[in-house]
Design a protein around this ligand. Structure first.
Ligand SMILES: [Zn+2]
Length: 125
């Protein structure tokens, strides 16, 4: 019984720590900023015209938003005026998704601890 009480207090500590971690991860869900799915990156490519300067190393550079949808990757070119905005919103989306994954993982850990607590606290009528 004494051992159970020690274990119980450890489990309660674990649970408190998980609640704190959960609160931290949930912050992303309470934001209001728009999210844009995708990744912004710079592309450097050759156009294929034999006379073009890109054949001599001056590659065509453009910034794109890469969005995968049903397994297909769509590249949307970004006008310079929207670059900062799209960078921020796509980063916000990635942060949101990372936080969501954390919420899910922490939730699973919580259930494990909660079930252990139940096992210790239960008694027969
Ligand atoms: Zn070219």
């Amino acid at each position: 019984m004494k051992r159970d009480l020690q274990t119980l207090s450890h489990l309660r500590q674990d649970l408190r720590r998980l609640v704190a971690e959960m609160g931290e991860s949930m912050k992303a869900m309470f934001g209001r900023d728009p999210l844009i799915k995708g990744t912004v990156y710079e592309m450097a490519r050759k156009c294929g015209k034999p006379s073009c300067t890109c054949c001599r190393g001056a590659l065509h550079r453009s910034t794109v938003l890469s969005v995968s949808h049903h397994g297909k990757t769509k590249l949307i070119s970004i006008p310079p005026a929207r670059l900062t905005e799209l960078r921020e919103k796509s980063k916000a989306y990635q942060d949101f998704r990372r936080a969501r994954a954390n919420v899910s993982a922490i939730g699973k850990k919580m259930l494990v601890v909660i079930d252990q607590i139940e096992r210790i606290r239960r008694e027969e009528p």
